[in-house]
Design a protein around this ligand. Structure first.
Ligand code: NAD
Length: 298
């Protein structure tokens, strides 16, 4: 892997984190977004992120200064990719927006540029054709709060070049990620293939009145040694996300339990703005949730 220049398309929740993490690890990063106002917002977010890197990673001021020097900004796509070795796409999770973006990108990107999507719920094969370079396209999926939850799932599609895949695995390691290669396409990658069924099973147990929130979390924590139970995890992920996933499943399958779950989450959480840690309350109250009590598992 001899990447130097990395372009991040989209400076939203995930994009600006990927940009900062890559710049922190010495890559020359160009941040691309739809207009200069959005890019100004990204610059402000980088200031906040700098403090988080100092607090959470003991980053020095010198490291932070260097990181900022490695960051460039443009709202001109051709300019953004003109010398890019790798472009990481973090534009909204909407297939029409992504396809439109790849078609425009394909016209202006140099031949050498590898494209990677950070999409959480879509598969690279959905976009391979629009990229015009399917062998140089794959998924590189990060988690929110990338500097702490430093996982990178790397997932090709049927015609991704093996060397491209290996280079992206090496890049992920070079920016401090735990690189997690998948051998084939899988909706939800590894993490969400495991997590979504767990969280869904927990809400089903609750909605079916089998057990209460704390008993379900205690069971998981004590029996497996996990630091958090499924409801504590739901508070981190955000109850809105779980609600949206269940709503899609309920609309599609008409499963009575799913319909009941959606109504339950709406009545008890969404309508009351109890959305998890972000609003100070979800299944637990923050900043001192009950599962942190020293006698929670006694
Ligand atoms: P977001 O809505 O916060 O940010 C999207 C950014 O893309 C915005 O800054 C927007 O201005 C910009 N944008 C819109 N159209 C664009 C275009 N045509 N070209 C360039 N930029 C454009 O979204 P997000 O939460 O950061 O998600 C981005 C991607 O990352 C999605 O594919 C999502 O599935 C994935 N992802 C998100 C998370 C998460 O926790 N939010 C976690 C992992 C992966």
């Amino acid at each position: 892997m001899n990447y130097k220049n990395i372009t991040i398309a989209g400076s939203g929740v995930l994009g600006y984190q990927i940009a900062f993490q890559s710049a922190f690890h010495g890559f020359n990063v160009t941040v691309f977004d739809i207009n200069d106002d959005v890019l100004e917002k990204a610059k402000a977010k980088f200031k906040t992120l700098s403090e988080a890197y100092k607090k959470d990673l003991n980053a020095t001021q010198q490291q932070i200064d260097k990181t900022h020097l490695n960051l460039n900004y443009t709202s001109d796509l051709a300019e953004a990719v003109k010398d890019a070795d790798l472009l990481i796409e973090a534009v909204p999770e909407n297939p029409a927006i992504k396809i439109d973006f790849y078609k425009k990108l394909a016209k202006v990107a140099p031949e050498k540029t590898i494209f990677a999507t950070n999409s959480s719920t879509m598969l690279p094969s959905q976009f391979a054709e629009s990229t015009g370079r399917s062998s140089k396209f794959l998924a590189l999926h990060f988690a929110n709060t990338i500097w702490i939850h430093n996982t990178a799932e790397i997932m090709g599609h049927a015609t991704t070049d093996k060397k491209v895949f290996e280079d992206v695995v090496a890049f992920a390691k070079a920016i401090g990620m735990l690189a997690l290669p998948l051998h084939k396409e899988q909706p939800g990658y590894i993490l969400n293939s495991l997590l979504v069924p767990l969280l869904s099973a927990a809400t089903s147990l609750l909605v079916n009145e089998v057990a209460d929130v704390q008993t379900i979390d205690k069971t998981w924590m004590k029996a497996t040694g996990a630091p958090l139970g499924p409801f504590a995890i739901l508070d981190v992920v955000g109850i809105t996300t779980a609600y949206n996933i269940d709503k899609i499943a309920a609309d599609k399958t008409k499963d009575p339990l799913k319909i009941k779950t959606v109504a339950y989450l709406k009545e008890h959480f969404i309508d009351k703005n109890k959305l998890g840690i972000s609003t100070g309350e979800g299944f637990y109250k923050y900043p001192n949730p009950a599962f942190r009590d020293s006698d929670f598992l006694k």
